[in-house]
Design a protein around this ligand. Structure first.
Ligand SMILES: Nc1ncnc2c1ncn2[C@@H]1O[C@H](COP(=O)(O)OP(=O)(O)OP(=O)(O)O)[C@@H](O)[C@H]1O
Ligand SMILES: [Mg+2]
Length: 507
């Protein structure tokens, strides 16, 4: 017997497919739903990066256009999307709703609130993918972005509009540096620099880690100018893949208004994993280390959007601090080499420094900032050069001195100075230092004022010296906060102050 109902069903299905194709052509039929990727037929007018809606309410974005089908990655889990369900295109490139109200919020890459507050409905639609501003719209980096970390501001200075990579193994303090940089954007008294809006984008991290960071930022008062765009490890790979684009779209909204923005991608290794996962499900051919071939292009397109616009275009900027995790310090792996070549320099953290108690565990020799020097304040510049040289000499001598050979007085002096400089460059977490204090510390050590202080007491010396100046010589702090190279009379005052302080300092 012929199953009438089945035939009628089939007829109906093909008829609907036919009507969709011939008239509206933007409704498709799901063919397959595997691991967050849905293959759909009938969407002949769809375009790459277009947002689509499923009949059961969830949405996704088109990532593959094949001859008869398109592949869509889902933002949610999509358990209810089955073979035969319908999909509609929206005619809209994937974008996020942005307004000033986002400041202080924690959201998902789709703009959904993750902090229990209301969703922001009004605002401007900013596209996830956009061509970066061209050369004529840009100007060279010329304004510093101070991280408050002495070692970075002095030796690896970052400028607004720069891309500086933070790279190192697990647990060496990569996030710590980025968070300190955000905390340091708290508007400071007397600073002439325009304020900075910060965007922190955790990708594939533990939910608890993100919550901790948010708490710390709130405690420091930094959520008043920060937005967190979070896709934790428990979210679908599609959301983790989209998170940096959502963050960048938000950053571009503020940059267009002439604001300076700092964006932290924490981290792009996990972003690459998420993209690898998606690409394998999309059956794109895998290349080196099983990453899809276009991962380099993907990251370069993303980081190219960090720019400093010129005056005619509003003068805004996006400074990007991408983070990359290495395995066993292997900087020559695929993703690290890619991103090193895309960025304007890297801050390299090392486990043997971390284990030796040096925090931040930055290897100064392997770290570099290729453009930020142009933006360094002249006050720090006037003392940083000497310190860089002394540190480089110290590193060479320290290796040599291990052989226990006889050393002359001058060499011994250099070694002792190096030890103290290393000590002064240590800095605790959540404790960014304003420019004036940084100057005092570096000036004191490079001018030999700590040579007669025991190495173990250097940090105590620094702390108490800062307190002393704050108590008694506020005028020095005021003079140093402008960022200009201090005049001779100020230096005289600091010399007098340090002599006075040393008389009462007990190591
Ligand atoms: N300057 C510092 N002073 C003291 N402790 C620090 C400092 N920087 C980082 N730490 C500590 O080192 C540990 C690792 O820091 P953090 O989480 O920032 O590293 P990470 O490289 O981001 O780690 P992961 O690879 O897990 O993301 C934390 O316990 C942190 O408190
Ligand atoms: Mg981290």
């Amino acid at each position: 017997m012929i199953d009438n109902k089945k035939i009628i069903d089939q007829l109906e299905k093909s008829l609907t497919t036919f009507t969709y194709k011939s008239t509206t052509q933007n409704v498709g039929i799901v063919e397959k739903n595997t691991d967050g990727v849905v293959v759909v037929s009938g969407l002949s007018k769809a375009f790459m990066g277009e947002e689509v809606r499923f009949e059961e309410g969830s949405s996704g974005v088109i990532l593959n256009l094949d001859e008869d089908t398109v592949s869509i990655i889902l933002f949610g889990r999509g358990e209810n999307i089955t073979e035969g369900s319908t999909v509609k295109t929206t005619g809209k490139i994937l974008s996020i709703n942005v307004s000033e109200k986002l400041i202080g919020r924690i959201i998902s890459p789709m703009g959904d609130p993750l902090d229990g507050k209301q969703k922001i409905k009004d605002g401007k639609q900013m596209p996830f993918e956009r061509i970066a501003p061209g050369v004529v719209e840009r100007e060279p980096v010329n304004t510093p972005l101070k991280t408050g970390v002495k070692l970075i501001d002095a030796l690896i200075p970052i400028g607004r509009g720069q891309r500086e990579l933070i790279i190192g193994d697990r647990g060496l303090g990569k996030t710590a540096i980025a968070i300190d940089a955000i905390i340091n954007q708290l508007p400071q008294k007397g600073s002439k620099l325009p304020p900075v809006i910060c965007i922190y984008v955790p990708i594939g991290q533990k939910q608890s880690t993100v919550a901790q960071v948010a708490d710390k930022l709130r405690e420091a008062g930094s959520m008043d100018y920060t937005i967190i765009v979070s896709a934790t490890a428990s979210e679908p790979a599609a959301l983790q893949y989209l998170a940096p684009y959502a963050g960048t779209a938000i950053a571009e909204y503020f940059m267009e208004k002439g604001k300076d923005v700092l964006i932290v991608y924490d981290d792009l290794s996990k972003h690459a994993w998420a993209y690898r996962q998606i690409s394998l499900v999309l059956r794109r051919p895998a290349g080196r280390e099983a990453y899809p071939g276009d991962i380099f292009y993907l990251h370069s397109r993303l980081l190219e959007r960090a720019v400093k616009l010129n005056k005619e275009n509003g003068g805004g900027s996006i400074t990007a601090l991408p983070i990359v995790e290495t395995q066993a310090s292997d900087m020559s792996a695929y993703i690290p080499t890619n991103i090193i070549s895309i960025t304007d320099g890297q801050i390299y953290l090392e486990s043997n420094l971390f284990n030796a108690g040096i925090r931040p565990a930055v290897n100064v020799g392997n770290s570099v900032s290729r453009v930020g020097g142009a933006a360094q304040t002249s006050s720090i510049k006037s003392i940083a050069g000497k310190m860089r040289l002394e540190l480089a000499q110290y590193r060479e001598l320290a290796v040599f001195a291990q052989f226990g050979s006889e050393l002359d007085q001058a060499t011994l002096g250099q070694l002792e100075r190096g030890k103290r400089t290393t000590e002064i460059l240590k800095q605790s977490q959540y404790n960014p230092l304003p420019e004036s204090y940084q100057f005092l510390s570096i000036w004191a050590v490079t001018n030999g004022h700590l040579d007669d202080i025991p190495v173990e007491s250097c940090r105590k010396f620094e702390k108490e010296f800062h307190e002393f100046i704050k108590r008694k010589y506020n005028i020095i702090l005021d003079a140093l906060s402008s960022g200009e190279k201090p005049k001779e009379e100020i230096i005289k005052k600091i010399e007098k102050a340090i002599a006075e302080f040393k008389k009462m300092f007990s190591p």
